[in-house]
Write a protein that binds this ligand. Structure first.
Ligand code: HEC
Length: 140
């Protein structure tokens, strides 16, 4: 039993050396999405921590294994949708992404794991509807 515990502690210490640093790449401010103030407020509060180059990095994001999961969410999140470089997307891409954004706020986003640690990022029905109206997409 004791040796198992020692093994776990050593393992936890060892994985701290695996690099999983989260950074905010520099991007041109003029490429950032432009939306009405109320919409920007929601995006910044509930989406920017994974879908922007202005991620707020919590203290526990430096500790493995949490750092692995958080970094993965941010890397993937940015790949799908990065509000900091919105204006670099083509008109077609923007249109597609707006449709996905509309659907995502009713289903998957923000990620449930994230909401456990950021309760105030949960969207109210009113906020979801506001995002829907802003995207200009019709319900399906
Ligand atoms: C904790 C990180 C995190 C937060 C916060 C977050 N997302 Fe995501 N998002 C992801 C990840 C990771 C993916 C990649 C696909 C997946 O794993 O489901 C993704 C994918 C997406 C996609 C594309 C794929 C799809 O499911 O349609 C959209 C659109 C999206 N997010 C919108 C949003 C919006 C809008 C918000 C804010 C209301 C938000 N996300 C908040 C992590 C996040």
């Amino acid at each position: 039993m004791k040796s198992v515990l020692i093994f776990i502690v050593v393992l936890l210490l060892a994985i701290q050396f695996i690099p999983a640093k989260i950074t905010n790449p520099k991007s041109d401010k003029s490429l950032e999405i432009k939306a009405p103030k109320e919409v920007m407020k929601i995006l910044k509060k509930s989406c920017y921590d994974c879908h922007s180059n202005e991620v707020k990095i919590p203290w526990y994001a430096s500790i493995a294994p949490a750092s692995f999961f958080i970094k993965r969410h941010i890397d993937l999140g940015r790949q799908w949708l990065n509000f900091s470089i919105w204006e670099s997307y083509s008109a077609k891409e923007k249109d597609k992404k707006l449709g996905e954004i509309f659907k995502s706020v009713y289903h998957a986003m923000p990620l449930p794991d994230y909401l456990k640690m950021h309760k105030d990022a949960k969207l109210s029905q009113k906020q979801k509807d506001l995002i829907r109206d802003w995207t200009g997409k019709v319900p399906y």
